[in-house]
Design a protein. Structure first.
Lengths: 188, 164
């Protein structure tokens, strides 16, 4: 919001702020639920913790209508191509939440069947550790995701298990939030 | 007469060894006798084992740190239960490493179908006469059999993403 002080940047920076504000309170999530973390996800979504207070209470069961991919539970090697397909089917802008340690790192599964962290396959924005995470923990992650959406940031890195660092991932379709903002700036 | 005693009486030459502990009875039988013994267990009216509860396998490679040598590397283990008489029997069949194959029991118990596919998937033991013997848990591209003791514990075969 520092650009608010300069007369030229007022409209675009305010627009970016408003866009982020609108997006962060209308999260249409796709729950990719594969394992026991799903119970905690449901608990978070139900009345007691009520994810809908944060504008994220409306799961869509088509990835094409979703903004945020919740990967909830262990991803096996057999399931990994399906997860990648679901991610690719989502429209930009999109975010990914790794829910539980299995999705973050593989958790205690260190075997032939399990993917050692979904960030080797798709870029992850928010990691919510825990086995399974408490609903408070999930809501904490959700708020952090909202802050990230407000800032207009998306993860564009994959984890490389060989170098143990992140490496940039190619964009599909060429959409970025920054590009969108630049487009609007050029028009105004 | 217990089911084990009945099997011993009928197939005395086919039994390698037996074991009984507090009513928990086991018979180790020759592989070629599996089909007739199983058929007898199912069809004899005094036994009536109508339920194949479990079918699994054991890999005895490196068993007890290599101190105990088993005659065959694998054993296929069958757990039978009779709903009528509420009695149980465990059958074990030694399976050689060079030609890991035993007869399928799909024709007798339909539940054997998926169990045998799992044993094929995890241990690479073939079941002669199985109608659809293909992997059930792992993907078709998977190389080897994951629960064999000589399968490297840290070997990964990702379908997508980096190989690690």
């Amino acid at each position: 919001m520092s650009a608010l002080n300069s007369p030229t940047g007022f409209i675009t920076s305010s627009f970016k702020h408003a866009l982020g504000w609108a997006r962060k309170f209308s999260i249409f999530q796709y729950p990719f639920v594969t394992a026991c973390c799903g119970m905690e996800y449901m608990a978070t979504n139900c009345a007691h913790y009520d994810q809908d207070r944060f504008g994220a209470g409306f799961p869509r069961f088509s990835p094409r209508q979703s903004d945020v991919l919740f990967v909830v539970g262990t991803i096996s090697q057999k399931m990994a191509p399906v997860l990648k397909t679901v991610y690719d089917q989502m429209c930009e802008p999109k975010w990914v939440v790794a829910f539980g340690v299995c999705t973050c790192t593989g958790g205690f599964y260190d075997n032939y069947a399990t993917v050692m962290g979904i960030d080797t396959i798709i870029p992850v924005d928010i990691y919510i550790p825990g086995c399974p995470p408490r609903p408070e923990n999930v809501l904490d992650g959700l708020i952090k995701l909202q802050e990230k959406i407000q800032r207009g940031e998306q993860s564009r890195t994959l984890y490389d298990p060989h170098t143990k660092t992140g490496r940039p991932v190619e964009l599909q379709g060429g959409y970025t939030i920054e590009g969108h903002i630049k487009h609007i700036e050029a028009k105004s | 007469m217990t089911p084990l005693a009945r099997v011993q009486e009928r197939f005395s030459t086919q039994i390698i060894e037996t074991h009984s502990f507090r009513g928990d009875e086991t018979a180790v039988i020759r592989p070629e006798a599996l089909r007739p013994v199983a058929q007898f267990l199912k069809e004899a009216p005094e036994l009536d084992f109508n339920f194949l509860m479990d079918l699994s396998a054991v890999d005895y490679l490196f068993f007890a740190g290599g101190r105990i040598q088993k005659p065959a590397r694998f054993e296929v283990v069958y757990h039978f239960f009779s709903l009528k008489f509420n009695h149980r029997l465990r059958l074990k069949v030694p399976v050689d490493e060079k030609a890991p194959e035993v007869d399928s029991l799909c024709a007798l118990w339909a539940s054997a179908n998926w169990y045998e596919r799992e044993v094929w998937d995890m241990f690479g033991i073939k079941f002669k006469g199985h109608p659809n013997l293909k992997r059930i848990l792992m993907y078709e591209e998977f190389q080897g059999h994951a629960l064999r003791k000589d399968y490297p514990f840290n070997k990964r075969q990702p379908l997508i993403g980096p190989q690690y």
